[in-house]
Design a protein around this ligand. Structure first.
Ligand SMILES: Cc1cc2nc3c(=O)[nH]c(=O)nc-3n(C[C@H](O)[C@H](O)[C@H](O)COP(=O)(O)OP(=O)(O)OC[C@H]3O[C@@H](n4cnc5c(N)ncnc54)[C@H](O)[C@@H]3O)c2cc1C
Length: 401
């Protein structure tokens, strides 16, 4: 089902589409398609710089920090057009997570130091929350920061720090007081990842990538100026950061875009001479996925339209994340199944963008990115808050169970 846009939003869509078409290159598009869910960081940096020149680098930020004062639908269109054109992934952690926390809670000096370089694509952040013994139970984290004069001395380990090896800075939860209730002893630090005493180890993934990392701290001296807000208030800031995005974790544009790719695969692949798209069992899967994605899209639009819900916003964000991540898995598995045995081949990450596929029947362009997607999407119901945790939130806060 399609919804139509008013003239203002339609003109905006055309403006974004033209901007992207003017600046995108076939090489960037190919890397975006092959890269699957994780985009090429250099392409993203390059793209943020182009967006910065246009004034669109951080559209969701307040006007005084370079934001765009767009309607929710404009943000929606902006993101959708990027997916549609296979443009580099937008830096959502800066848009919705660490950017707003720094603006709201950090000192003026930290804001001056960090916001402009983030806007201009010179600084990216990794997120250092999870530890080997604390994921869902985040308050159990044990990385310690002990005050020593003008510094905190940090010791411990983070895990699953996505992209830490290619990021300049880390936002990090640390224990500054072990004697109080766990939530009250947590503080929020930001620091460069090249400080002495930091070791980053990439974790090999089943999809051939090593995007996830372990990050170790051994007597890392972090200046006290790098504390965000007040000591012991890190839990509050982390919660505000995690609540920062209500609809993005539905990944609706991604699922729509990837469903279209699945359809392209099904139209080009055959079994015993029959196109996959003409096989009734597959037609049923496509119809079901399309109906579920459309339903989710309307739910997202209802939230963007600020409809009055009787449930707390946290439960709505949890429901969208839950459904969205399940649909990401549905769509990526559909792509993979349509590819059959060809899906077993994949391009080593180092070779992304370097492969030529034209004219190779075993290496068709429509298979790019499908295997890494199908594999990494197994994690979609874990990262950003595991499925069972989201269900607990909905059960408790919406239904009082
Ligand atoms: C691809 C990927 C990228 C990630 N990126 C980052 C990142 O950049 N930075 C970062 O800090 N972290 C990151 N994470 C970590 C992620 O936030 C955690 O994996 C997640 O919070 C789950 O924690 P855990 O892995 O310790 O699992 P656990 O918390 O041990 O959970 C294991 C299982 O038990 C279930 N469970 C746990 N507690 C309950 C409960 N109370 N009731 C019912 N069921 C429960 C969970 O739902 C899950 O199924 C990433 C993870 C992945 C997979």
């Amino acid at each position: 089902m399609q919804f139509s846009l008013d003239a203002k939003h339609e003109a905006f869509r055309q403006e974004v589409r033209s901007f992207i078409a003017e600046h995108i290159t076939p090489e960037i598009q190919q890397r975006a398609r092959q890269g699957g869910f994780f985009c090429n960081k250099e392409d993203q940096r390059h793209w943020v710089k182009l967006l910065a020149a246009k004034g669109w680098a951080m559209p969701s930020w307040p006007l005084e920090h370079g934001g765009c004062d767009w309607t929710p639908l404009q943000h929606y269109i902006f993101e959708e057009e990027h997916l549609r054109a296979d443009a580099p992934g937008l830096p959502f952690a800066l848009y919705h997570m660490i950017g707003p926390v720094i603006m709201k809670y950090a000192s003026q000096e930290l804001q001056d130091q960090l916001l402009k370089p983030m806007y201009n694509g010179d600084i990216t952040f990794a997120q250092g929350f999870s530890e080997p013994g604390s994921g869902s139970d985040l308050a159990a984290l044990s990385t310690q920061a002990v005050r020593d004069g003008d510094h905190y001395v940090v010791n411990g380990q983070k895990i699953w720090t996505s992209g830490a090896y290619e990021s300049e800075w880390l936002f990090c939860l640390v224990k500054t007081d072990t004697k109080v209730k766990p939530q009250n002893g947590i503080s929020f630090l930001v620091f460069p990842l090249d400080l002495p005493g930091i070791t980053i180890r990439r974790i090999p993934q089943i999809d051939g990538d090593a995007h996830l990392c372990e990050t170790f701290f051994s007597d890392v001296r972090v200046p006290v100026e790098n504390l965000v807000g007040e000591e012991g208030k890190g839990w509050t800031y982390a919660k505000s950061l995690l609540d920062g995005e209500r609809t993005g974790s539905a990944y609706i544009h991604w699922s729509k875009h990837e469903l279209a790719k699945a359809r392209e695969i099904a139209e080009n692949e055959t079994v015993n001479g029959v196109r996959i798209i003409d096989i009734p069992a597959y037609q049923a899967r496509f119809a079901r996925a399309e109906a579920q994605i459309t339903a989710l899209e309307w739910s997202v639009l209802r939230v963007l339209a600020n409809e009055n819900f009787k449930y707390p916003l946290t439960t709505i964000a949890s429901s969208l994340k839950l459904r969205g991540s399940e649909l990401q898995q549905t769509v990526s598995m559909l792509q993979w199944d349509c590819l059959g045995a060809k899906g077993l081949r994949f391009i080593p990450r180092e070779d992304y963008g370097a492969q030529t596929v034209a004219g190779d029947p075993l290496w068709p362009a429509h298979m790019l990115g499908t295997t890494p997607n199908a594999l990494i999407m197994r994690a979609a119901t874990i990262y950003g808050g595991a499925r069972q945790i989201q269900k607990n939130i909905v059960a408790k806060m919406a239904f009082g169970l």
